[in-house]
Design a binder for this molecule. Structure first.
Ligand SMILES: [Fe+2]
Length: 434
């Protein structure tokens, strides 16, 4: 590769891999779910959705289309936002008892992740933490294939339809952690932006922050060629660092944020903006499913681990709850301000994709330029003012850092090496921005 960012390191990876589901994108494509399932010879499907969507039109569209194609449907809707181990165990029992030949998920990241992880434990029962990576779990590989899965996202952020991971809260540890396997990649995705037409502004903002951070983290992640070479291709992970594929998707996703995030949040009738944000979320999912994220996601686990007595508007859940996108975004300006030094040109390019005129900037300006652009986007979309805006203060930085350091692989994917002390310093500088 000609790009300096990907130049070969002495012991570095020599190749990168791209894995993707079949994707259909466009208004109204959810109604094709019956024909799509029929083409896969599904006769009886497990349909995952959440309790709120179950009473709404998108769920009806899916069920009607499936039944019109002669497919038996059994529904699992006991899904909490940010699924926990109890949700996954219940989903696994439902799948195990159901004689299904296919799985369909209609919902946000929580629903798609429940379908993915539920299949793992239905087909390959184990101690719950066995398939989670260390230090939380034993890091055992998922032994074999899951059922074919058609994922239908209803929010414009998660990108889970394009990734082979699920994020699950483990109650005994009071924290979320990632379980991943190539077998968890959905077979197919139907991405219908009409499903986002009724989303509240706060939800479009939060999911938009998630999409923004996916794209920006992928674009600025450590290069794949800087990770150690692993001779056995079956032992390599898709958290492989930035690469030309993830760059391509991330760049367009950042340009979509530039043009449509504020419009999509501030005007619920702006269909063009909502369509574009949905496409951006899928693109950013394609990127991070093949590169991995880094510090904003790693540090968000500290936020959701230690949050207390907080609920964000427009989410029908009990306290404490900070939406994933907000938990990722609140530290992002402070993080990029610090790590840009590790790859300044990349950060200046990313700022350019977000619409900043950085032509005369020097490498030492990169961190401040990207941080300022993120802060402006947060302000224009009514975002919280740093971690102080979701209930933390500077005294919490030590505990937040202690929790975040468990996400070791994502931390190593950052463009600059950070240890626990640097992470604590970043939390301290993320308390407020304006
Ligand atoms: Fe995310």
């Amino acid at each position: 590769m000609s790009c300096q960012h990907f130049s070969q390191h002495e012991h570095g990876a020599k190749s990168f891999t791209v894995v993707m589901p079949k994707i259909t994108f466009g208004r109204g494509c959810l109604a094709e779910i019956g024909a799509r399932a029929k083409a896969r010879d599904f006769t009886r499907v497990a349909l995952f959705t959440d309790p709120f969507l179950r009473n709404g039109p998108y769920f009806d569209t899916a069920v009607t289309a499936l039944q019109a194609s002669g497919i038996d449907v059994a529904v699992f809707s006991e899904i909490r936002i940010e699924p926990d181990d109890n949700t996954i165990i219940a989903a696994a029992e439902f799948l195990r008892d159901g004689q299904f030949d296919g799985v369909i998920s209609v919902g946000g990241g929580s629903t798609m992740d429940t379908a993915k992880a539920g299949m793992v434990y239905a087909l390959y029962p184990a101690e719950f933490t066995d398939y989670f990576g260390p230090p939380v779990g034993a890091g055992k590989p998922v032994p074999g294939p899951l059922l074919p899965h058609i994922a239908c996202p209803t929010t414009s952020g998660t990108g889970s339809e394009c990734t082979s991971v699920a994020v699950i809260r483990i109650n005994a540890l009071n924290t979320k952690f990632v379980v991943g396997s190539p077998h968890m990649m959905p077979s197919e995705a139907l991405v219908d932006p009409a499903c986002t037409d009724t989303l509240a502004a706060n939800v479009v903002a939060s999911t938009g922050y998630d999409l923004l951070c996916h794209a920006l983290e992928c674009y600025t992640a450590r290069a794949y060629a800087a990770w150690d070479y692993i001779p056995d291709p079956n032992k390599r992970t898709l958290l492989q660092g930035s690469n030309p594929w993830s760059d391509m998707s991330a760049r367009t996703a950042l340009e979509i944020i530039r043009d449509y995030l504020v419009r999509g949040v501030t005007d619920q009738t702006d269909r063009e903006a909502r369509d574009q944000l949905m496409w951006g979320a899928t693109l950013a999912g394609m990127a991070f499913g093949n590169s991995g994220t880094h510090l904003p996601h790693a540090m968000s686990y500290g936020i959701t681990h230690l949050m207390d007595n907080i609920t964000t508007n427009d989410y029908q859940v009990t306290s404490p709850f900070v939406p994933h996108g907000i938990s990722v975004m609140v530290c992002a300006p402070a993080i990029f301000r610090y790590v840009a030094e590790g790859a300044p040109q990349r950060h200046l390019s990313a700022a350019g994709f977000l619409g900043v005129n950085a032509k005369d900037a020097t490498p030492s300006d990169a961190g401040e330029i990207i941080a300022e652009e993120l802060i402006q986007l947060m302000r224009r979309t009514n975002g919280p003012n740093g971690i102080g805006g979701v209930g933390f203060n500077v005294e919490d930085a030590k505990d937040l850092a202690a929790s975040a350091v468990r996400q070791s692989r994502a931390i190593q994917n950052a463009p600059r090496i950070v240890e626990r002390q640097e992470i604590e310093n970043i939390f301290s500088s993320a308390v407020s921005y304006w």
